[in-house]
Design a binder for this molecule. Structure first.
Ligand SMILES: Cc1cc2nc3c(=O)[nH]c(=O)nc-3n(C[C@H](O)[C@H](O)[C@H](O)COP(=O)(O)O)c2cc1C
Length: 316
């Protein structure tokens, strides 16, 4: 017998597919704009010009999309990460803090996106816990810029790769660190003497750092570490040192001198410096809004919980 599909594991497997990020918009019959962040956008056909996006049946805006005459797809640039977070929330005032205008069809178009498509509704297909919205494109445009990317439950940024090349070419001091997460907790280093807390990194002592060396050092106990993406590149203005942070996953017990802190336990007042503070704040914020767990969110968690309860029930 085939083993049952674990929805959590399936969600993680789906999340391995790297995508861009879009905001799908429409209008209510009274003219109120509505929209949500989506990475399920797919181009479908050139002739006729068709595209699709999948909307969760639990989305508050579902009825508006089902009843409306059309919708628009706005493909985001990397500077629009905050808009992606905002439109992934249930806030009623999503359109108050992003500049937008109406397209010829009357659909809300977000300003300065990478590409946009205005569509009339061609078809809705019922598909499990989602509805597939198929749109026929009536108008579109695009420009050249860096797209915002999404994979493994977090945003990535191709422009950062360029910053890394710039840092490497300057040949100044470099620190390489990794923000590592295990079950919603971050691996941080605590200094015995000063009790200051930092993100695991190498190069602070002036030695030549490298990512493989950092991974090797961190994996020397029973902890296994995998690096996903570049997360931040900046120059520490106080020291002139360039700091490069990756983000990744850890699994296993923390090494001596390090500890996993859940997001609520992060000792913000003991962090080693302001840049580390801002970087971790950004990590926590993006995790909350951008995490795929939150996307499939309540629905999947609810189902998993229901399955667990059922299993527990059948045991007794
Ligand atoms: C990167 C990312 C991709 C998402 N992709 C989708 C998607 O394809 N379909 C969907 O229904 N929700 C998706 N979501 C979740 C919705 O944006 C979120 O549930 C939103 O609150 C729905 O808005 P509404 O409840 O106001 O309709 C995604 C969220 C993020 C952060």
């Amino acid at each position: 017998m085939m083993s049952p599909i674990d929805p959590r594991k399936l969600r993680n497997a789906f999340g391995k597919f790297a995508t861009g990020v879009t905001i799908i918009t429409t209008v209510e019959s009274n003219g109120t704009p509505r929209g949500f962040t989506a990475n399920s956008f797919t181009s479908v056909s050139l002739d006729p010009p068709l595209l699709l996006v999948c909307i969760d049946k639990s989305a508050a805006s579902l009825p508006v999309f089902q009843e409306g005459k059309g919708f628009a797809v706005n493909i985001l640039v990397e500077a629009q990460k905050n808009a992606a977070g905002l439109f992934a929330s249930h806030r009623a005032d999503k359109f108050n803090s992003v500049p937008w205008h109406s397209g010829r069809l009357g659909m809300p178009l977000i300003d300065d996106v990478l590409a946009w498509f205005e569509c009339v509704s061609e078809n809705h297909v019922d598909a499990g816990d989602h509805v597939i919205l198929i749109g026929r494109i009536t108008d579109f445009d695009y420009r050249n810029a860096q797209p915002l990317g999404y994979a493994g439950g977090g945003y990535f940024n191709l422009g950062l790769e360029q910053s890394l090349v710039d840092v490497a070419s300057k040949g100044t001091g470099i620190i390489i660190g990794a923000v590592l997460e295990q079950d919603g907790a971050l691996l941080l280093k605590e200094d015995d003497k000063t009790s200051k807390v930092s993100v695991p990194a190498i190069g602070r002592d002036g030695t030549q750092p490298s990512l493989p060396r950092l991974v090797k050092e961190l994996s020397s106990g029973d902890l296994s570490v995998s690096i996903d993406f570049l997360f931040a590149v900046y120059e520490d203005l106080k020291t002139g040192v360039h700091v490069v942070y990756y983000r990744g996953m850890a699994s296993g017990p923390a090494l001596a001198g390090t500890r996993f802190f859940s997001f609520d336990e992060i000792p913000w007042d003991r962090l080693i410096d302001d840049p580390t503070h801002s970087m971790l704040e950004r990590y926590v914020r993006e995790f909350k809004y951008g995490n795929f767990a939150i996307y499939m969110g309540d629905d999947i968690e609810g189902k998993v919980h229901a399955l667990d309860t059922k299993t527990a029930g059948s045991d007794t």
